[in-house]
Design a protein around this ligand. Structure first.
Ligand code: PLZ
Length: 454
């Protein structure tokens, strides 16, 4: 796919921005430094960015331009959100048109067509050839909260099974479902009851194939929770914040089958992995897994806050009238953005583009691993891939090198995010609107940062 190189319009994002890495000041530049001082005086310290030291002015295609005019290659998409590109033209137009007609009515008060259209699209796009229903809300955590609510009401059971390295959000229930203590949970308890953590399949670290990993997990669930008590298994088909862990083939299908046999609801949390990111619309499709419920957010609405739960009609409709909702859920502007983002994926062939990006990432990252013993593992799918950094000679995590490499790359004009339970994973999440040239240049910057951190 080619990005049109129109003239530079400093206040406008979208693909019209010059598609180049260009550093014109030290990082951070003077305007970013000034904003950082204001942020420190006005914004709560715990929400301050620890990723990029610069402030955004415009973004689109494969770049983000800061307030000093520095242009960064974007391998972050926020946090895996602007999959169709930042300020994607169709999204911008849809948002402008919807905002000009009405901004809000509350779907429970006066419904509108956009919400229905998004639900229809999600029913068509999610795996499974059966009647489906959707609920739209605002954030990923809210989607996971609702999936749990629905599964408990439908099954009449309480236990929720989650996994090592899982991330499901920062609300009280989803904090409890999230695995990592710092920074997500430490000091924020007590957490909600009836959350049970089971072993994840993590081929690089456990060396188990899918069936063996599933047998271990299932025997733990049966012994410690009991099949008859499980309302739902909630799992990220490719884990996000926990380190882009891809379960061994066969693990997800075995868990889905166990849910079917035990009357539990199988929930795929596709908030980070879904909506074309992996080269399939949903990551669970890769293994033909059909979840009962799917949670979506991030890539769904081109950067606007919108999330959803989509699943089997009989499960979703088991809730009493008025039992699900929220003031802002399915906001009309966010719905218009989602329809435009989904159209963009279709019109521009972005599933195929995600696979092409995936082929380039795999090849380049595998070459890095071959040349550098600190790159222990390369994993992921499509435009969702990562390297795990370890101390050479073993698999001991190396978070210090990971931070140093990320910091170096960011100062060289690449937005790159870290993640992982042990803080030793660099994840690459380029927008599907990035050009091959920028993708390669971003990978060159990453390789250079690795070489400079020896
Ligand atoms: N489920 C799989 O990836 C959000 C959050 C980072 P919200 N991931 C990024 C941070 O520092 O909070 C996420 C996810 C998966 C749920 C969520 C939660 O989505 O929209 O952030 O609530």
């Amino acid at each position: 796919m080619t990005i049109p190189l129109a003239h530079f319009a400093p206040s406008a994002g979208g693909p019209a921005l010059p598609q180049e890495r260009r550093l014109v000041t030290a990082i951070p530049g003077p305007r970013s430094q000034e904003l950082a001082a204001r942020a420190a005086a006005a914004i709560a310290k715990p929400v301050t960015s620890t990723t990029m030291p610069v402030f955004a002015a415009a973004a689109g295609g494969g770049v983000l331009v800061d307030v000093d005019g520095n242009s960064f290659i974007d391998f972050g998409c926020g946090i895996a959100v602007t999959t169709v590109g930042n300020a994607a033209p169709a999204v911008v137009a849809a948002v402008q048109a919807q905002a000009a007609s009405f901004t809000h009515t509350s779907f429970a008060t006066t419904p509108y067509p956009g919400y229905i259209e998004v639900a229809e699209r999600l029913a068509a796009l999610t795996p499974g050839d059966f009647p489906k229903r959707s609920l739209l809300i605002n954030s990923g955590a809210e989607a996971v909260e609702n999936a749990v609510k629905i599964a408990r009401r439908y099954t009449g059971r309480q236990a929720i099974v989650v996994f090592d390295h899982a991330f499901h959000g920062r609300t009280n229930l989803t904090m409890g479902m999230t695995a990592k203590s710092m920074p997500y949970k430490s000091g924020f308890g007590p957490f909600a009851p009836e959350i049970y953590r089971a072993p994840m399949s993590y081929p690089y670290r456990d060396g188990l194939d899918g069936p063996a990993a599933a047998a271990r997990t299932i025997s733990q669930i049966e012994a410690q929770v009991g099949g008859a008590n499980v309302a739902a298994i909630v799992i990220e088909p490719i884990q996000g914040e926990g380190g882009f862990v891809v379960p061994a083939p066969g693990f997800l299908p075995a868990l889905a089958a166990w849910c079917r046999d035990n009357g539990a609801v199988f929930v795929a949390d596709e908030i980070q992995s879904g909506i074309a990111r992996t080269g399939d619309m949903f990551a669970c499709e890769h293994e033909g897994v059909v979840p009962d419920l799917v949670t979506v957010a991030k890539g769904l609405a081109g950067g606007l806050p919108l999330s959803g739960v989509t699943g089997r009609a009989e499960i979703m409709d088991a809730i009493h009238p008025g039992g699900l909702g929220g003031t802002y859920g399915g906001n009309p502007i966010a719905c218009a953005a989602a329809l435009a983002a989904l159209d963009t994926i279709e019109r521009e062939g972005l599933l195929e583009r995600a696979r092409q990006i995936g082929a380039i990432l795999s090849e380049r990252l595998t070459a890095l691993r071959a040349a550098d013993p600190r790159v222990g593992d390369v994993r992921g799918r499509g435009a969702m891939q990562a390297i795990e950094l370890v101390k050479p000679g073993g698999i001991a995590p190396d978070p210090a090198t990971t931070l140093a490499v990320a910091d170096k790359a960011r100062h060289e004009g690449l937005i790159v995010l870290n993640c992982g339970t042990y803080g030793n994973v660099l994840r690459l999440l380029p927008p599907l609107s990035i050009s091959d040239a920028l993708l390669h240049e971003g990978l060159d910057v990453l390789a250079g940062a690795l070489a400079a951190t020896r």
